[in-house]
Ligand binder design. Structure first.
Ligand code: ZN
Length: 340
């Protein structure tokens, strides 16, 4: 089968890989209908994370079940399923509390490589959620988005306690930030401030429900948010970048007693203890427990109440994955969908 493999920074190749087989009785094999390049894939692509090269790539996927192990009960061959970037049992105490991304038995899907024709999914019963039927083609991008970017943006909005009567500021105009805008509106936020200086991303933010756009960054960005909130700061702030600058801006934009939800994978972020002390902010985040939200998100997409698939502004055949990485790295594309 064909699959994407990273050989080092800026070196992505699609090559023949060994076909996955059932290893554990709790595994499923799926034929990937759609996969994509993640913003977090750009960290190793840019040389900001070291690996034992080469590594298979991809952790976002939706597809059709081909085969299941003897112990799999909840999904069966022929069903269309969505999973997320951790395979999880969904039964341990941590999973049952809603934090499946820290499941005691979790397996990272990225190590298995979802940018491929076939994918082995461990702990299939706990990981995969089937759609009511085989989806029409136009719903596939949205369902794929649920696998990570939507699920992550949703968690960030929930962690920031976006809801009725609240003003939400979103730091980061990548796919996760844009979908956090959508999530905040769905959760009932009255006002959503998107921070972006890119025209095409501003337009999508507005389509997803942003009421205000702020172009300034850093201290000027904080001042602009305060100006829009009677000098107080936002009730809810989403951080969806992962740099020291974005985290600082997000924390400084949160009003006393407000909530900061952070989901950008942190790189060289250091939080000043005294600044945190005086902020009086609730700070919550980390790798999103996407599995917690999957059934609800699939339902919203299936019933066409939300269209997160709009975040994919480029679709490429899997064989052109390298160009997809390049386009996202150069911010020429917001999010690239790969069709195996
Ligand atoms: Zn678990």
């Amino acid at each position: 089968m064909r699959g994407a493999v990273m050989y080092g920074p800026r070196d992505v190749r699609v090559e023949e890989r060994e076909e996955p087989r059932i290893v554990e009785p709790t595994d499923a094999i799926i034929r990937v209908s759609a996969a994509c390049v993640c913003g977090s894939d750009l960290w190793p692509y840019r040389g900001a994370e070291e690996y034992e090269w080469p590594v298979p790539m991809g952790h976002e996927y939706a597809g059709i079940v081909e085969e299941v192990g003897a112990d799999v009960r909840t999904v069966k061959p022929g069903q269309f399923v969505v999973g997320s970037f951790w395979a999880t049992d969904n039964t341990c105490e941590i999973c049952r509390s809603g934090y499946q991304s820290a499941c005691v038995n979790r397996v990272p899907m990225g190590a298995l490589g979802a940018q491929a024709e076939l994918l082995r999914v461990p702990l299939a019963d706990g990981t995969l959620v089937a759609t009511p039927d085989i989806p029409p083609d136009d719903l596939v991008p949205g369902l794929l988005a649920a696998s990570d970017v939507l699920g992550t943006g949703w968690f960030a909005a929930v962690a920031a306690q976006a809801g009725p009567g609240r003003t939400v500021a979103v730091v980061g105009d990548g796919a996760v930030g844009l979908l956090a805008v959508l999530a905040a509106r769905q959760l009932g936020a009255e006002r959503v401030i998107a921070l972006s200086r890119h025209e095409s991303r501003q337009r999508l933010a507005r389509e997803f429900g942003a009421t205000d756009i702020v172009e300034e960054r850093g201290a000027a960005g904080v001042a602009a948010i305060k100006e829009l909130t009677d000098g107080l700061g936002a009730h809810s702030v989403v951080e969806a970048v992962g740099t020291h600058e974005s985290m600082t801006q997000a924390l400084d934009s949160t009003r006393p007693g407000g909530h900061l939800g952070f989901v950008g994978v942190a790189h060289d972020v250091s939080i000043d203890g005294l600044g945190l002390f005086w902020s009086l902010a609730h700070v919550h985040g980390g790798p999103a427990p996407v599995r917690r939200f999957l059934p609800e998100l699939i339902d919203l997409i299936w019933n066409r109440q939300i269209d997160p698939g709009k975040v994919f502004d480029r679709t490429l055949p899997l064989d052109e994955a390298a160009d997809g990485y390049r386009a996202m790295d150069e911010r020429e594309a917001i999010k690239v969908l790969l069709r195996p």
